[in-house]
Every structure is written in C-alpha cells, then in structure tokens.
Design a binder for this molecule. Structure first.
Ligand SMILES: NC(=O)c1ccc[n+]([C@@H]2O[C@H](COP(=O)([O-])OP(=O)(O)OC[C@H]3O[C@@H](n4cnc5c(N)ncnc54)[C@H](OP(=O)(O)O)[C@@H]3O)[C@@H](O)[C@H]2O)c1
Length: 238
C-alpha cells in the first residue's frame, strides 16, 4: 500500500488534519506527524473510523532524528510527503529577540529542509514521489509586523523551488501551495473568534478546497506538472 507522511498535524478541523483525511480517502496509508499525541491520534482514529488506514506518530518537525523516524515508520511505500508545520506569530522586528526569530525559522523553514531532504532520500531509489509544502501570504511578500514569519516562509518557498528543479528530472514532483488568507479551521475559529466573525464564513478559505489543491498537484501527470498554486477566497483583497 502506498503511504503518505504529513507533518504539522494538529486538530481535526485544521489543515494538517484535512490533508491526512484527504490522502487517506485517496487510498493511501497516512502517517500523521505532530507534536501533540492526543491530536495526531484523534486524526488517525477519525480516518480508521471512516474505513481508511492511518498511524499517528509524535514528531517534531525541527528535530532531525524525529523526522527520520517518522519516515522510517512510513516504510517503503512512500508516495506522498507533505510539510504543513507552521506558526504565525506577529511581532515588530525592533521588539523581537533573537530566539523568537530563530524559532520561526526553525519551524517554517529549517524543518522543511529536514523533511524535504528525508523525503527525497527515500523517493529517489524508487523513481520518484510527491513532496508538497504549505505556504502562506507571507511566502510571497513581507508585511509589517510579520518579519520573522515572512522571512521563514519565503525561505521555505525558495527551498521548495530549488528542490523542484533539482529533483524533478528524477521523478520527484515538488509543489508549493500558497494559502493566501485565513483558513476556516480551528486555529482561526477557536483561537481568534472575533477575527473569524469579522471575516465571516465567506472570508475564510475552506479546508476542503485547500485539500483539493494538494490532491490536484499529486495527481498531475509527469508531462504537466505545476510547481505552485495559490488559493484565496473570492472576497480576499490581494
Ligand atoms: N491558519 C491559517 O489561517 C493559515 C493561513 C495561511 C497559511 N497557513 C499555513 O497552514 C499551515 C497550518 O495550517 P493550520 O493553521 O490549519 O494548522 P493545523 O494544520 O491545524 O496545525 C498545524 C500544526 O502544526 C503543529 N506544529 C507546529 N510546530 C510543529 C513542529 N515543530 N513539529 C510538528 N508539528 C508542529 C502544531 O501542533 P502542535 O502545536 O500541537 O505541535 C499545529 O497544530 C501552516 O503551514 C501555516 O503557515 C495557515
């Protein structure tokens, strides 16, 4: 059975959870990686309850050994690897301490390197696979109060593009999905209820729609590959 590894899995109603559910519904055994045991287990259980195959793995995207262990768990059938870990904490550069900047880079960029490298090491001997990265508006532009996040997400995008060019000829389809706006998931709806209310349902990007984008990239034929898609609501000002 083909396997998919997703790292950066949080609540069921979050992008990591939605991606796990989507690729499991497509017939892959999904390895859901994340830092919080209860969350990854709940995502894996929801997939098994729906008749799919899933395994929860506690993994920290910034830890080299932990990322390798996640891929070891997924075994030889690896077909899809998705780097979804990311945080978005605002802050003015003048107020930022060095650790804060570095930790944003570790989660949003360095972890992508660890994960992407491990995926490619396993894809190459078997002739290819799909490696996808979750981006954000900050992948494309810097914005006041988001210096650390923009630097890290921009770095991740360039890493993804370099890897697409480096490993495309060897059968690895590397893609980057720019999520340009707030996601209508638990992070915003529960974490920032006033913001969610202000945006309204029409103003938040649908989890299903984003999962469609990832599935679309994975299903593309070798002779028509897309590196990047951007997704936003119809009402987004961009
Ligand atoms: N939410 C939005 O509005 C939005 C908008 C644009 C782009 N994005 C991007 O979408 C992705 C996340 O989607 P989401 O917001 O719906 O969240 P999510 O996929 O529900 O959850 C992401 C999970 O990543 C986990 N994580 C953080 N650091 C990690 C690490 N070092 N190792 C392993 N896991 C880690 C966090 O879980 P723990 O804290 O339990 O570890 C978090 O729950 C990120 O790449 C983000 O930049 C989000």
């Amino acid at each position: 059975m083909d396997t998919a590894v997703v790292i950066g899995v949080g609540p069921l109603a979050g992008l990591g959870g939605a991606l796990c559910q989507r690729f499991a519904a497509m017939g892959l055994h999904v390895f859901a990686g994340g830092r919080t045991k209860a969350q990854v287990e709940s995502v894996a259980q929801s997939i098994r309850d729906a008749g799919g195959e899933a395994t929860a793995v506690v993994a920290d995207a910034t830890d080299e050994a932990s990322v390798a262990a996640l891929f070891d768990a997924a075994g030889d059938g690896l077909a899809v690897a998705i780097y979804n870990a990311g945080n978005n904490q605002p802050g003015r550069v003048i107020d930022m301490d060095a650790d804060y900047f570095e930790s944003a880079w570790r989660v949003c960029c360095f972890g992508g390197f660890l994960f992407g490298r491990e995926a490619v090491r396993r894809f190459l001997p078997k002739g290819g696979g799909t490696l996808l990265f979750t981006g954000a508006s900050a992948s494309m532009r810097g914005r006041a109060n988001f210096g650390a996040f923009s630097a890290a997400k921009g770095g991740l995008r360039n890493l993804a593009q370099a890897m697409a060019k480096e490993y495309g000829p060897e059968g690895v389809h590397v893609g980057h999905v720019v999520v340009d706006g707030a996601i209508g998931g638990e992070k915003i709806m529960r974490g920032f209820p006033q913001y969610a209310e202000k945006l309204g349902e029409q103003g938040m990007i649908s989890l299903e729609g984003i999962a469609d984008g990832f599935a679309y990239l994975h299903n593309q034929p070798h002779r028509a590959w897309t590196f990047e898609i951007d997704l936003r609501t119809s009402v987004e000002r961009w």
